[in-house]
Design a protein around this ligand. Sequence first.
Ligand SMILES: [Zn+2]
Ligand SMILES: [Zn+2]
Length: 276
Amino acid sequence: MLTDLHVHLRPDGEDTPASKYFTAANAERYREAATERGIEELGVSEHVHRFVQSLDVWTHPWWRENAHDDLDEYCAFVREQSDLRLGIEADFVPGAEDRMANLLEARDWDYVIGSIHFLRDAAVDMRGSEWDIWRSEEPDKVWRRYFETLGEAARSGLFDVLAHPDLVKVWGDGVPAPGGDLRRFYERAMPGIAESNVAIEVSTAGLRKPAAEIYPARAFLEMCLEAGRPVALSSDAHAPEELGHEYERAVEWLAGVGVSELAVFDRRTRSLEPLG
Ligand SMILES: [Zn+2]
Ligand SMILES: [Zn+2]
């Protein structure tokens, strides 16, 4: 089986209202594109920050600018007008675990994907914006904090899947990056990941970014496999044509690290299906 669980029904940014994208016809376009690519298990995971209810969790100015839609309408749309799995991409906000738990537990997701885009108020993936962490911070410090936070996210128990686990590499050579063996950073996440029940996302989105690599790096995934964590395969598509992006390459890559099963989810219960 092939899966695509970390999927957005619309691009990020302006002029992408729910009324235009949360429609049966749009969901059907995604289903058709997935079927063409041999992807059976298809779900959507809109960004939590696009929903007004996210402001009960965190009031970062960038979230305030982007929180327009109603979360319960999104859930009802996916359940009633599509045949897609219902997921969400939710940020891990340290200190707001209880508030995020309240938001998540009130709704019947098939799965919750946990992400780290921000370290405190600064974003690792918003190059050039006023929130860009790379304007001021030392790369080693950012990488250390990123992986420590990733471990905390796993340990929080809030999430079924850890998204794009080494997103901190997104800009490739475009920002200063630490040298040498990067396992010294990965190790900071591993105690939390090893104690958790979380699945590790393997995402081909990194291949579309300056990093030009699958998320996560092979060495990171090997450490997670050693810790007994299963793998969830996704493309982080923001349009139907991005579904299953470079999956031939991902499947081969997964086989190379000894992964033979993929995680699937139903009402937050995980099972494993043979890969391929
Ligand atoms: Zn993300
Ligand atoms: Zn995403």
